[in-house]
Write a protein that binds this ligand. Structure first.
Ligand code: ATP
Ligand code: MN
Length: 467
């Protein structure tokens, strides 16, 4: 007889009863009585467990004792119709092997009530929980959907560097990259750090965005996207910021700001729809456990057009809200950057749908954004979502060589370091646009988790790089 092959639990749960099967996984719970034990087994292929029914008389008492929460098992038996409620099928165990024991006294996930905060302190083990299984599967589905979306549109996946010499992007504080001995740093005659002695011969950092290189790609092959890790050394301990996060940055030649907004809206709707179509078991679990508005909120963004509002109009709305007694922690007036509380007021209270803000004051946005005729604003766009605030930031880029150089000078930035970037405007410059979607911000929306540390397997935040 052929050796019986293991079937994943997801497939078993959808299989007709009758066959001899082999399942492997980790014990979630064991209960029962003297005669019969019920073991809930999970292998990560689905949020759902398969029930193993083990008649006590058929198994060694010692073996049964070793089957504890967290232990790994290999179970051979017959797939039969389940009499109890819950699943349609269960396994009538004929042979059980304990692959790895799990000491119940020491297993970090023993506690019944494991708060998310506690789980962060055992992040190496929390992946074994139902919650993180669900989050990881949704995260995987979203990554796949992102590649699918862009590939269907003919975008080229461009790999932009993680180590960069340019510190001009202004998107956030950077982590330096060096091989210098920090105890004896080489200095030049003026007493400044002599980076010519460093590995790259220049001061280098981890990238805060792949956009500038993305523009080089877009002005060569038309439409590109990046999808990779991004690093920001901002010391902001918020539920929406990580020091290491993943960003998706499409960049498109011949797109103006309207094309850009259309793409951004289509993109996030596609991803939300994909999650609803492919991750419903996990979504239902998270919806029931953490956020009973999750699925409804996801559906609510699909059917409607996102509201498009200028920054100037949004300021008026917020000022009016303040006059009507709404309290914000941070003041708002024309020229200030919105805080998350302002963004959420616009989305959740005022418009009650996702909002795309456009035409920001040029002084709060990066040098590369296309300048409007009014001399005051630029063609930036931020997509704001319920419960989160900004999930996308983007713009039409300044395609005019003169205006771009003037702006770089105005901001006191070094043109020299940006010559390679400015070349895109010297040689065959085209109107073009792009945006960045924070992958974990998207995941906050499609998992209902409240803290960004809980949608990435191994979060990096100030004072925390463990695991
Ligand atoms: P915020 O104002 O929310 O800090 P930002 O304006 O600094 O964001 P951008 O430079 O526009 O962010 O980056 C594009 C996108 O990357 C943001 O819309 C957001 O989704 C995501 N993002 C930015 N910073 C972080 C971070 N520290 N952790 C996780 N995601 C981030
Ligand atoms: Mn932004």
């Amino acid at each position: 007889m052929d050796k019986l092959k293991r079937t994943k639990i997801k497939a078993l749960l959808n299989q007709e009863p009758g066959a001899e099967v082999l399942a492997k996984g980790w014990v979630r719970t064991k209960r029962g009585n003297k005669q019969v034990k019920f073991i809930a087994l999970n292998d990560g292929s689905t949020i759902n467990n398969i029930q193993i029914v083990a008649a006590a008389e058929s198994f060694d008492e010692e073996l049964i004792k070793r089957i504890t929460t967290g232990a790994s098992l290999s179970v051979r038996g017959k797939l039969v119709e389940s009499v109890g409620s819950g699943q349609a099928v269960e396994i009538q165990a004929e042979e059980i092997e304990v692959l790895g024991e799990c000491d119940p006294m020491r297993f970090p996930l023993q506690k019944k009530d494991t708060t998310l905060e506690y789980l962060r302190s055992v992040a190496h083990m929390r992946l074994r929980t139902n919650t993180f299984g669900a989050v990881l599967r949704i995260r995987n589905a979203m990554a796949f959907a992102i590649h699918k979306f862009f590939n269907e549109k003919g975008f080229v996946y461009l790999h932009t560097p993680l180590i960069t010499e340019s510190d001009a992007e202004g998107a956030g504080d950077m982590f330096q990259v060096t091989t210098m001995d920090l105890k004896s740093i080489p200095l030049d005659k003026k007493g400044n750090v002599d980076f010519s002695k460093d590995f790259f011969g220049k001061k280098t950092s981890l990238t805060v965005s792949g956009q500038l290189e993305g523009e080089l790609g877009a002005t060569a092959v038309g439409e590109i996207y990046t999808f990779g890790p991004t690093f920001r050394a901002e010391n902001s301990n918020t539920p929406r910021h990580l020091a290491e996060f993943w960003m998706i940055e499409p960049e498109m030649a011949f797109y103006d700001i309207n094309d850009n907004m259309e793409l951004a809206e289509e993109f996030v709707k596609y991803l939300v729809q994909y999650a609803l179509d492919n991750c419903l078991d996990d979504l239902k679990f998270l919806n029931d456990k953490y956020d009973d508005g999750l699925i409804e909120r996801m559906r609510s963004v699909l059917g409607i057009a996102f509201e498009r509002v200028t920054y100037t109009r949004a300021v008026e709305i917020l000022e009016e809200a303040v006059r009507n007694g709404v309290k914000f922690e941070y003041p708002v007036h024309w020229g200030t950057d919105f805080q998350s509380e302002h963004e959420r007021y616009l989305v959740e209270k005022h418009f009650q749908k996702p909002v795309i803000l456009i035409d920001f004051p040029k002084d709060i946005k990066a040098f590369y954004m296309k300048q409007n005729e009014d001399g005051k604003t630029v063609r930036g766009m931020d997509v704001l979502f319920p419960k989160i605030g900004e999930i996308i930031g983007g713009s039409e880029r300044e395609a005019d060589l003169n205006k771009l150089e003037t702006r770089i000078d105005e901001l006191g930035m070094s043109r020299k370091n940006l010559e390679w970037y400015i070349d895109t405007r010297r040689y065959g410059s085209v109107p073009h646009s792009g945006f960045g979607l924070g992958f974990e911000r998207l995941l906050l929306f499609v998992t209902g988790m409240a803290n960004i540390r809980d949608v990435i397997p191994f979060p990096r935040t100030p004072k925390n790089a463990e695991f």
